[in-house]
Design a protein around this ligand. Structure first.
Ligand SMILES: C[S@@+](CC[C@H](N)C(=O)[O-])C[C@H]1O[C@@H](n2cnc3c(N)ncnc32)[C@H](O)[C@@H]1O
Length: 277
């Protein structure tokens, strides 16, 4: 009996799982060894302990570009242009490097500037030209700077806009306190749900990126609903963990899509962008 016939014969018997075990074990071990190598390299070279930064794989950038193109109904070539704009913004990159090097948290931050999925936020702001963006969860202010850079470009093209960024931590947002980015950013300290209720201008683009519990995310979308401008776009950074925005879209008659990022050379499996519009 030749090898193929023997394998087929074994596959029909109760011995099949035992015979397949070494091959299956080798496949899992190869995958886990790769994760372990990447994790060990990260432990030795990175200082970050949360809100990790990384580049996206080229394939993941391509998927993100098409995601923005479809959601915002703009040609994909234009979205590639937006990604080139933010990744090539040398002034912003230099500012983030220098502000990070001076910050009180510099011991827990990496020097290299990497935006991950935030380049998608940038492209969505460039494509939709919102007058008022609200971001919940400022942290260092990396996302705020990226959003502000998009608003500044929009303003230069005759479409001004401002960002309100909300965080409970009074020290949050230190990257977004320098001009020209600070010219279009209002940093608000306080609980996001409470702060959303006090917003006095319609919101064109809302981004949830604060307390990622299901209950808090849901409270934010419920709180912002009466504050939204017609045609507002809702984003969540929590889409790989909860279905809150998808459920909100269904309840409010919007469309919904999710993009899942793939980090380059990082053990972290990545987050994503959920959008309802
Ligand atoms: C994931 S980080 C935000 C990341 C940021 N958007 C960026 O692009 O890097 C989450 C932030 O949410 C803030 N936060 C947690 N609970 C909050 C709440 N109830 N209201 C407002 N901010 C909150 C934390 O202080 C933290 O800075």
């Amino acid at each position: 009996m030749d090898a193929t016939k023997l394998r087929r014969a074994i596959a029909r018997t109760p011995l099949a799982p035992v015979a397949a075990f070494p091959g299956r074990l080798a496949r899992v071990a190869r995958y886990d060894a790769k994760v372990l190598r990447t994790s060990a390299r990260w432990l030795a070279t990175s200082r970050e302990h949360h809100n990790y930064t990384y580049e996206l794989t080229q394939l993941s950038r391509q998927h993100l570009t098409w995601f923005v193109s479809v959601v915002c109904d703009v040609p994909v070539a234009r979205v590639w242009g937006y990604l080139a704009e933010i990744t090539g913004d040398a002034a912003l990159r230099r500012h983030i490097e220098q502000a990070t090097a001076r910050s009180a948290r510099r011991g827990l931050a990496d020097r290299r500037v990497r935006y991950a999925r935030r380049v998608g936020w940038y492209a969505i702001v460039r494509a939709t030209r919102p007058a008022h963006v609200v971001e919940t969860g400022t942290d260092k202010g990396l996302g705020s700077c990226v959003l502000a850079a998009a608003l500044l470009r929009n303003a230069a093209e005759g479409h001004p806009g401002r960002l309100t960024s909300l965080d409970v931590n009074p020290e949050a947002g230190y990257l977004a306190r320098s001009a020209p980015w600070s010219d279009v950013v209002d940093l608000v300290v306080g609980d996001s749900v409470t702060a959303i209720a006090t917003l006095d201008r319609p919101v064109d683009l809302f981004l949830h990126d604060s307390d990622h519990s299901h209950a808090h995310e849901r409270r934010e979308f419920d709180a912002v609903e009466p504050k939204l401008a017609p045609g507002a776009v809702l984003l969540t950074d929590n889409v790989t963990t909860t279905g809150v925005l998808a459920e909100h879209a269904e309840r409010t008659g919007r469309r919904f899509l999710a993009y899942r990022e793939t980090p380059l050379d990082h053990w972290y499996p990545g987050d994503g962008i959920g959008v309802a519009w």
